[in-house]
Design a protein around this ligand. Sequence first.
Ligand code: HEC
Length: 313
Amino acid sequence: MNDKPKIEEEIDFKAVAKTPTRWFGLVYLYFFVLIFIGGLYYVNSLEVLNRNATVVALIDSTNLFKDALFTKGNVSPGMDLNLIMNPSADMVSKGESLFKANCASCHGENGMGDGPAGVALNPKPRNFHSKDGWVNGNKFSQMFRTLVTGIQKSGMPAYEYLPAQDRVNLIFYIRNFTKDFPVVDKNEVDQLDKEFSLSKGSINPSQIPVKVAKERLVAETNSTLNKAYKIVDIIESSADANAKIFVSVTKDRLKAATYLASSSVWTNSLNDFIKTVVSNSSTNGFNNRLLSLSKDEWNNLFVYLRGIVTKSV
Ligand code: HEC
């Protein structure tokens, strides 16, 4: 409390209050602190402020993430190129059912681009009755390529998994919506044939979505690891002489068990076992004491480990 008068001696607050510049000189530092705190708050809650300010808009289909589809591989048998110049009624009617099943949801039953699934898309699904604004173009060959690759930056999916003949049938069905489509010419058909070997036929491999592939990989890894834990459990709780040998020839039991659980090649024969274990012994969790095992010990260890891995795991 003794300090108080001293401060008043140093700073004459009454005088300061009368001259605003000096008054500001005393407090301006606090403004910086306040602005700094305000800034921190602003940056922290930027996301909330933003969310409140964003108007709900139509989905921009360019932002849709497209994973690969679950597709069974297929063989596209070679097709008769003359039929592309002169499609049969059968092709068109097959195209119609394919269109209703795969495309109408976006492009509409009558190809007007007004299907229910297309309502929220931007850009809108193509109206096949209109000549204007095609991205890849409305020639037969251009539509064929569109079906193979889709249109990356919009919601138009790729249909590369459809057999080539189905793609052709679809296009001929679509071409019936209006008379405006350019005539198919021999050159573009020959060019397509070179690109996609239509007349020779082709094989399309099966594919699964990346997400599923990852899940399967993780599940596989997990199941190997689970097996390895079980193996280690069994060995550690066993009084068997071979269990002791296993412990003595490993520097990392779990790693060694994982190594054994991840492949079954070594279970075929004693030789396979020795080869598998010794060839990678620097990284597979085993140690150099392996090299001093006698033939009998090798054999007993092999039979013992194979028993655990194949029977109880
Ligand atoms: C998920 C909705 C959706 C489905 C399903 C769909 N499309 Fe599309 N399609 C679009 C959109 C969106 C566009 C417009 C793309 C653009 O303008 O960028 C489009 C455009 C096209 C175009 C015009 C390409 C160009 O050059 O402008 C063709 C041809 C086409 N689709 C064929 C098909 C066929 C055939 C099917 C069925 C096998 C199909 N689409 C299924 C959404 C879809």
